[in-house]
Design a protein around this ligand. Structure first.
Ligand code: TYM
Length: 355
């Protein structure tokens, strides 16, 4: 029996951080033996934020090396670069004919990125978004909110659907995009009266989708938040970042509720440390004996235990251009084979036929 198809990607916007690792990369490595895995570097998605061309190329190479250093094996999984598969760009055009601009404008990631680009703050809870939409349409600076940013979910849906993937290992922040992908697949199937695209779901092996917090008090770890712990961070730098994590004055009464910054530290501890260690600090918090400095020291060492083997391998891999070229060439060939088949079917279904 053929294996189920798993697909996921990471944008090439810089080094990989702990959010990428726990939300995506760690799962990639775990499942590569048991599924037909296709992992790619989303360089076309990275273009939505208009990077410098030199940065884009260097970042693709960095992510490729970090994929390999983390243990993705190109003999088990297909590793490719999104822009090496031109079929994706054509199908993106075709699928966009079935995507509404209203639903794209309501996507959380679009609203966040557009707000950031225009320098406007998020509306208070319950405010309607009409004013925001007017600002985007009417703004003289709206060239900063480009159409690629708006149609980002279409491109992501195409990445998944063109490979006919059913399992997509991603972090919590990508779940809305997956929901849209399912909606687009259903819409396509029902518009053309076909049972063509399978519906893809996130893949967390029965666990809950992960959101890795930042150490700056609130929110998630992310490049645009400037709060990342990178897999390749030097131990000194990494320790410093962890030791500077925001906390509070400490629990004053037994079993008091945790503030968000402290809860975030515990979330990271849960991801990186053993259950014993987590229990030790939870008990210490509950009886007010906790010293945040001790917790941070432990957390930094446990993070380093995860990142050090990756960091140790990455430079050798980066230096081996021939190897990297071979990996992506082989990956592109495999990814294009299945993408070309889907695209030919989609063209046929939509009525684009040869004379
Ligand atoms: P990107 O590049 O923002 O992030 C890559 C992966 O890392 C996860 N992630 C996190 N998970 C938990 N906590 C965090 N703080 C955190 N930060 C990032 C993301 O959820 C993601 O899984 N649109 C995607 C790339 C993409 C894609 C696809 C993914 C393009 N096409 C098709 C899957 C399938 C993105 O921007 O990820």
């Amino acid at each position: 029996m053929s294996k189920e198809i798993v697909l996921s990607g990471i944008r090439s916007t810089g080094n990989l951080h702990l959010g990428n690792y726990y939300g995506a990369l760690r799962k990639f490595v775990k499942i590569q033996d048991d599924y037909d895995c296709r992992f790619f570097i989303a360089d076309l998605h990275a273009l939505t934020t208009n990077p410098d061309p030199n940065d884009l190329h260097a970042n693709v190479k960095k992510i490729l090396a970090e994929y390999l250093a983390a243990g993705i094996d190109p003999d088990k999984a297909t590793i490719f670069i999104q822009s090496d598969v031109p079929e994706i760009a054509e199908m993106y055009l075709l699928l966009n004919m079935h995507v509404g601009i209203g639903e794209l404008m309501r996507t959380t990631s679009f609203k966040d990125k557009a707000r950031k680009a225009l320098g406007i703050s998020a509306p208070a809870e319950g405010d309607d978004d009409e004013a925001f939409e007017k600002q985007i349409i009417g703004s003289e600076t709206n060239k900063r909110v480009n159409a690629g940013l708006l149609t980002y979910p279409t491109l992501m849906a195409v990445d998944i659907l063109i490979q006919k993937a059913t399992k997509v290992p991603v972090g919590k922040d990508q779940l809305q995009h997956l929901e849209l992908t399912r909606r687009f697949a259903r819409r396509f199937n029902s518009f053309y009266g076909v049972d063509y695209f399978p519906e893809p779901y996130d893949f967390d092996f029965g666990g809950a989708p992960v959101k890795v917090p930042g150490l700056d008090g609130s929110g998630k770890m992310g490049k645009s938040e400037g709060n990342c712990i990178y897999l390749v961070d030097d131990p000194k730098v990494l320790r410093k970042k962890v030791m500077r994590a925001v906390t509070d004055e400490g629990p004053q009464t037994p079993n008091s509720p945790m503030s968000e910054p402290v809860a975030n530290l515990f979330s990271l501890l849960e991801l990186t440390s053993t259950p014993d260690v987590v229990k030790h600090f939870r008990d210490a918090y509950a009886d007010c004996s906790i010293r945040y400095g001790d917790l941070k020291k432990q957390l930094a060492e446990d993070i380093l235990a995860v990142t050090t083997p990756i960091r140790d391998r990455v430079n050798d891999i980066l230096a081996d251009d021939d190897y990297l070229r071979r990996v992506v060439k082989q990956g592109a060939e495999k990814a294009r084979e299945s993408a070309a088949r889907t695209l030919a079917d989609v063209r046929e279904i939509m009525g684009i036929r040869k004379f």
